[in-house]
Unconditional design. Structure first.
Length: 321
């Protein structure tokens, strides 16, 4: 798994004081495109209606915000389509799209939470249209509410999320397990504030059997790193060690099926180390940025287990744990 990167993603200017800014990716010190990245405009309508695509383009041309958190600039549309193009290419090559703006809070026809277009959902839909079953694992510290919503009634896409709960965007409770044909294909692992590496690993190991029984052809990873203990936006306590471990674990269970796209991660000093740890884990290399592993308190474990057993109790109708 290699990094796919295009400098056009730096041209999405969110203005002063915004946590989702170009410095997040400038801190990786990447000079130019890592390879030919296709423009993603032609893929947008796999998920988004044309009226919404036009609306985003018009807002970007006028540098008007799409919502309170989701600002745009003249370069934002090109950045967003470069992000989509890189994510689709990552899906085809099994690579890591190092992109912004992130995507997992972009609904079909509504921008939210720093996201214009849903990068991972577009790539997943392209794989579904080619007859593939797609597991989306979202380990960003926020629920990927919009990705979950887009596939909530699908049995071709399973959406598995680990996220702080309660926290923005608000939903992602253990009882949200999909609807219609998609019942059982939404798997939420809500994690209380203060959850450390031990809880993160437990949640992954507990739900892995369901993910394996789904028998995905493609495993799409919404790779956000704001669950890190020093991230300014959330109160989770994962370390870079977890990102190495989960990369290694996913590669062991789903060899050759992985690709990833960057979502959140707002601590500029920690973000590159987290990404490089994850890549090293997937690629079978040692951990380049080790940290001291974090453990969770008793009360945090108790709350976590309440959520877990509620989710597993409902999901046991569909999967064996
Ligand atoms: Zn996030």
């Amino acid at each position: 798994m290699q990094i796919l990167y295009h400098p056009a993603v730096l041209d999405h200017d969110t203005g002063p004081g915004h946590p989702e800014n170009r410095f997040r990716l400038e801190s990786f010190d990447l000079a130019g495109p890592t390879m030919e990245i296709p423009d993603g405009t032609e893929y947008l309508d796999l998920v988004h209606p044309q009226g919404y695509i036009d609306l985003v383009q018009e807002h970007c041309a006028r540098a008007e915000p799409l919502d309170g958190d989701t600002r745009t600039s003249a370069g934002s549309f090109r950045a967003a389509t470069a992000a989509v193009g890189a994510t689709v290419l990552a899906m085809e090559r099994g690579d890591f799209a190092l992109v912004r703006p992130p995507g997992h809070h972009a609904y079909r026809a509504e921008a939210h939470g720093f996201c214009l277009f849903n990068n991972i959902a577009i790539a997943a839909q392209k794989a579904v249209d080619a007859g593939k079953r797609v597991l989306i694992l979202d380990f960003d510290g926020h629920l990927g509410d919009s990705t979950m919503d887009i596939f909530y009634r699908s049995d071709q896409v399973a959406h598995w999320s680990l996220h702080q709960y309660p926290a923005l965007p608000g939903n992602g409770s253990p009882i949200e397990i999909g609807a219609g044909a998609g019942l059982g294909f939404t798997i939420n692992c809500p994690l209380p504030a203060g959850s450390g590496d031990d809880i993160f690993r437990h949640a992954v190991e507990y739900m892995l059997p369901a993910a394996e029984q789904f028998q995905p052809d493609v495993v799409a990873i919404s790779a956000g790193f704001d669950a890190h203990q020093f991230d300014p936006l959330l109160q989770l306590r994962a370390t870079g060690n977890f990102y190495h471990w989960i990369g290694k674990t996913l590669q062991q269970h789903f060899p050759g099926k992985l690709f990833a796209a960057l979502e959140g991660g707002y601590n500029l000093e920690e973000l590159p180390g987290c990404v490089f740890n994850f890549l090293a884990g997937v690629n079978g290399a040692g951990m380049p940025h080790p940290e001291t592993t974090t453990t969770s308190g008793l009360r945090t474990w108790e709350t976590y287990e309440l959520y877990l057993h509620q989710a597993a109790g409902l999901l046991a109708q569909y999967w064996k744990f």
